[in-house]
Ligand binder design. Structure first.
Ligand code: ATP
Ligand code: MG
Length: 162
């Protein structure tokens, strides 16, 4: 990993800009709420970008037209929490434990035309572990899904500490 200090707010703005076109074609609205002023974490910029592209791209892909994808950035007990929530098809209780497996896709027949390989979330999970973070999911079939990432905040050391 190429570890550097990252401004999460602008990283997420960049990713939303990148995926705006795809969301527009489905008339999906983005909402971005940030309840933190300065959100810096230590991590690999390109890899973390890949994480958020995967999650937000999934949210768009698995949400029918006219839905909403909301991104929330907040402080949780000294950690940074990023939530990606959609109003999409949702994931059943049975499938939830399996979606982070490599090549696992819910309903292969239906999702065949959406063209994925089933690797996105396996990569996301791996990268979260490499960043000492975690990922969890809440979802209800037919109602939508929420993927929640928690990462350690960058510790700003005072002069003299190292
Ligand atoms: P790709 O490798 O291109 O990302 P993929 O999107 O199928 O392919 P994953 O991102 O790993 O693979 O997701 C695995 C499966 O989990 C998906 O096929 C889909 O069935 C389900 N899934 C992922 N995100 C969502 C979501 N936001 N809403 C509903 N189902 C989802
Ligand atoms: Mg995917």
């Amino acid at each position: 990993l190429n570890i550097q200090s990252i401004d999460l707010y602008s990283l997420l703005k960049d990713v939303l800009k990148l995926l705006e076109g795809k969301a527009n074609t489905k008339n999906i609205q983005f909402e971005f709420h940030c309840k933190l002023n300065q959100v810096r974490i230590k991590g690999d910029l390109d890899r973390l970008k890949q994480v958020f592209i995967n999650l937000i791209n999934n949210a768009i892909t698995y949400t029918p037209g006219d839905g909403v994808v909301s991104i929330n950035l907040l402080d949780s007990d000294g950690k940074v929490r990023i939530s990606v929530k959609d109003t999409g098809v949702g994931i059943s209780k049975e499938d939830i434990p399996r979606i982070f497996e490599r090549f696992y896709r819910v309903d292969r027949a239906r999702s065949r035309n959406s063209g994925g390989t089933g690797l996105g979330l396996a990569i996301v999970k791996h990268l979260m572990e490499a960043h000492h973070g975690s990922i969890s999911v809440k979802s209800k079939l037919g109602e939508g899904s929420e993927f929640i990432i928690e990462l350690p905040k960058e510790v700003i050391l005072k002069d003299g500490e190292s």
